[in-house]
Design a protein around this ligand. Structure first.
Ligand SMILES: Nc1ncnc2c1ncn2[C@@H]1O[C@H](COP(=O)(O)OP(=O)(O)OP(=O)(O)O)[C@@H](O)[C@H]1O
Ligand SMILES: [Mg+2]
Length: 287
């Protein structure tokens, strides 16, 4: 059996070394997902570190990341496996007089199988983190596909039989909760709700990714992002935007985040014209 993390504290340490600053709840859930060998469903708004958590688990444990990016219209052939029809056809043509039964046995073998992320992750013998990203973007039918993988860590290929994981991958599913996932999927997973971090953690994240940023400026930036999140915006700034903002301030050699500096750089943080208008209006009002 693989041990992913020895304890929640070990998860904090090793994720931290991998550049991911996890709070207690995140570290505990990551530890449990590894030790119970249960998939981890991470839900929350955009840009709070859901995808990055899976990547960080892979970096921290030296596992390889296998990623299934979900989208509308994703199907079995893209998620699980697909037969290599062209190659099969060539074999059929080349087999000439051979009996059909023999040819059939020939062309439904591993050689003609194109494995996609779910099957790849199940078959790998080395430690693997399987990231099923943005699972709420798929159609509900894909959840049916996922169930076999998530509950039994196996995949059934009618012509070949059932492939069972030799070594269970560490599975992370992420969702923006644009729709409810089925109860069946949820039941098989541990659940983690990620939200915007508190000011102190956000400052740590920003400082660790943009070390050139002065501490005082980092504090100003995080406070301002916090104020922006309190406004009713179409799209509140995420951690990713805080980090971008920090890089921007460094690039422009801005030393103080005063009104003018905010005005000049707001486009890095807010991505809707109406949000910018509202922020300018309300932040001025509050002075
Ligand atoms: N705890 C953290 N420690 C370090 N960096 C973090 C942390 N959380 C978020 N980040 C940073 O924020 C960025 C955005 O995170 P990520 O891409 O994982 O967001 P997400 O939640 O998957 O968003 P989306 O729903 O848009 O896909 C990451 O590239 C990373 O730099
Ligand atoms: Mg993501």
């Amino acid at each position: 059996m693989t041990t992913w993390f020895a304890s929640p504290a070990d998860a904090v340490d090793r994720l931290g070394t991998a550049g991911y600053l996890a709070d207690r709840a995140t570290a505990t859930t990551a530890f449990l997902a590894g030790s119970l060998e249960k998939p981890l469903l991470v839900e929350g708004p955009a840009g709070v570190g859901k995808t990055e958590l899976a990547k960080a688990v892979a970096r921290a444990t030296g596992a390889e990341l296998v990623r299934l990016q979900c989208y509308e219209g994703l199907d079995e052939a893209r998620a699980l496996y697909e037969w290599n029809y062209k190659k099969q056809l060539l074999r059929i043509q080349a087999s000439g007089e051979q009996e059909w039964d023999a040819t059939h046995d020939d062309i439904f073998t591993d050689e003609f199988l194109l494995t996609r992320p779910l099957l790849t992750a199940i078959r790998r013998e080395e430690p693997t983190v399987l990231l099923i990203d943005e699972v709420d973007k798929t159609d509900v039918e894909v959840e049916g596909l996922l169930l076999e993988v998530l509950s039994d860590f196996q995949v059934t290929i009618p012509e070949l039989g059932t492939v069972t994981a030799v070594r269970r991958p560490f599975v992370v599913l992420t969702s923006n909760a644009t729709r409810e996932l089925s109860e069946a999927v949820k039941r098989r997973c541990l659940f983690l709700h990620l939200d915007y971090p508190d000011a102190e953690r956000e400052r740590e994240i920003v400082s660790s990714q943009v070390p050139e940023l002065e501490d005082r400026l980092a504090e100003q930036l995080v406070a301002m992002v916090g104020r922006l999140r309190e406004l009713e915006l179409k799209k509140a700034p995420s951690i990713a935007e805080s980090v971008d903002w920090a890089r921007t301030l460094v690039a422009l050699e801005i030393r103080d985040l005063d009104d003018k500096a905010v005005d000049d750089t707001l486009g890095v943080v807010l991505k809707h014209a109406s949000d910018t208008d509202r922020a300018v209006r309300e932040l001025r009002l509050r002075k």
